[in-house]
Design a protein around this ligand. Structure first.
Ligand SMILES: [Zn+2]
Length: 156
């Protein structure tokens, strides 16, 4: 676990999740989770370079290039999602297909996932290590849910 991030504050919120009603992740068999973990590890090195002509999106703390404007995607019908964690902190996340500037921390987990059917890992700035969000992985796709207030536009 990276310094400065407790497991507690990094966990998506069970209450908020339950409040979504009918959105609860089906209980996954342990074998299925383990199998999924193997697949997640396989995909982890697939992030490659961003296209230079795209406006960069930077870590607000250190200006490291995290992702780019053309990586913004919609998940469940929206680019932006708002969630609460168990201590009531609001996270406004933006969804990005790739974020090569992030490094991942911790084991992938299916617990309390904000997005049904996805495992998540913590995503940190690859340069300064600040917590930037989570990488979500399903059997089909992966994407990053990044905390928008921790990012800034690089202009260009
Ligand atoms: Zn940074």
């Amino acid at each position: 676990m990276a310094s400065g991030i407790s497991l507690y504050t990094a966990l998506p919120c069970r209450t908020q999740f339950a409040a979504l009603g009918g959105f609860l992740l089906p209980v996954l068999l342990r074998e299925a989770v383990e199998q999924e973990r193997g697949r997640v590890e396989d995909l982890e090195d697939q992030d490659d370079e961003l296209r230079e002509e795209e406006p960069a999106i930077l870590c607000r703390a250190c200006s490291h290039i995290i992702t780019a404007g053309d990586q913004q995607i919609e998940v469940a019908g929206s680019h932006r999602h708002t969630f609460f964690n168990p201590v009531g902190i609001v996270y406004e996340l933006g969804c990005f297909a790739r974020a090569p500037g992030c490094s991942l921390a911790g084991e992938s987990s299916a617990e309390f996932s904000w997005f049904a059917g996805y495992l998540w890992r913590i995503a940190l700035c690859g340069q300064c290590g600040i917590h930037l969000g989570w990488r979500f992985q399903s059997a089909e796709i992966s994407f990053y849910g990044l905390i928008l207030s921790h990012l800034q536009s690089g202009g260009k």
